[in-house]
Design a protein. Structure first.
Length: 82
């Protein structure tokens, strides 16, 4: 199994008020992540290099470029979205 090298390593930031999360992203996580963990994830944001804007972590997590989350950082492939 080959390992994919991340193009970007992004820091996860906490906000006091959650950003609007797309319904498609929430549907993908339905039944997998619940309760307090989901509430905390809604308050986390990432500066997305692919979209060139700040996005909720849940949107980042459901993106095809997401590789892994380790200790408050996200590894991203950085490929253009089609």
């Amino acid at each position: 199994m080959e390992s994919i090298e991340p193009k970007y390593t992004l820091e996860i930031k906490n906000t006091s008020k959650p950003l609007k999360v797309p319904k498609e992203s929430l549907k993908e996580l339905k039944g997998v992540i619940k309760g307090k963990l989901l509430t905390n994830m809604k308050k986390e944001v990432v500066d997305c290099p692919v979209k060139n804007k700040t996005v909720p972590f849940i949107e980042c997590f459901s993106c095809k470029n997401f590789l892994r989350r380790i200790k408050g950082k996200v590894d991203c492939q950085g490929l253009p979205l089609s």
